[in-house]
Design a protein around this ligand. Sequence first.
Ligand SMILES: *Cc1c(COP(=O)(O)O)cnc(C)c1O
Length: 356
Amino acid sequence: MEIEIIRNPHPAEKPADESKLGFGKVFTDHMFTMEWHQGRGWHDAKIEPFGRLSLHPASTTLHYGSEIFEGLKAYRQSGSGRIVLFRPQENIARLNRSAVRMGLPELDPDFALEALKKLVEIDSDWVPHGEGTSLYIRPFMFGDDEHLGVHGSKHVRYIVILSPSGSYYAAGINPVDIMIEDEDVRAVKGGTGEAKCGGNYGASVRAGDRAEQRGYAQVLWLDGVERKYIEEVGSMNIMFKIAGKVCTPVLNGSILPGITRKSILELLRSEGTPAEERRISLEELEKAAEDGTLEEAWGCGTAAVVSPVGRLAIGDKVFEINGGRIGATTQHLYDALTGIQWGKSEDKFGWIVPVV
Ligand SMILES: *Cc1c(COP(=O)(O)O)cnc(C)c1O
């Protein structure tokens, strides 16, 4: 399929001060759009001026939440200035798995990657230059049937928007405080926890807000059935170092299979460091926190790469982890992954995909 390119006749001013970019507030001059109709497949692939969408008030996505998304970044590598993506094929594969779960059509992976690269290339001047900055890429897909019946989608739209984003750790890597969420649950097996769908986020904001009011940055989710096992932290995967061993909850159908999670496991194993994927109970975690064998804890995801946990609240008890400072393993993982992303160290795994 050809991609029609319609240049924006009124390109916007690039943000002058990259330190004020924040996250997801500024958008580039162009977006990729494509439509799907049942019986016809994907058609009308375009890179067009960034702008508002027009939706019918009965559009399925507004009523029934048939929406999925992805999040990845384009990096301007230090030295070469080359603009690269990190494992974009993984995001496309996950988008397709999310699509299947939500009754939405899959994309041709090669074409989807070509479209991503083309869009980033056209707006490449928007990739910020400062250390730790990036161009955040948000592909998303939604059902857009114009009726109120609950059916599989017959009309679907796929869009990619780009947002230059500031350094997540502009003020240095500061460990965050998290608390066990014992009221709401994020997902259950058989539900949509494995899919990156908007509804999962909509259902999680209440717990996040409550945690914030109590002075915590994120919640640590438990499994939705027994409420005994650790699942994720906020919208990141969680990892622990207990008695010298790295472990993370095994993908069980309700946990989002993070690409950062997968990369960290591959990295550790390539270095000969055992990394376990298994069930981790709250009881085990509390015991480890109590007897001091909980050495480190960190969240992992595209936005932060790793986010060390400084304090963990379990009910009324608050445990400090590694004296509230980032641990050696967490720091090593941050340096290793960002080293590859920013072009400071060799990409032994072939994770980097140049845009041009
Ligand atoms: C996106 C996401 C993650 C992290 O995935 P990455 O591919 O590493 O960015 C983890 N948990 C949830 C719920 C997510 O939506």
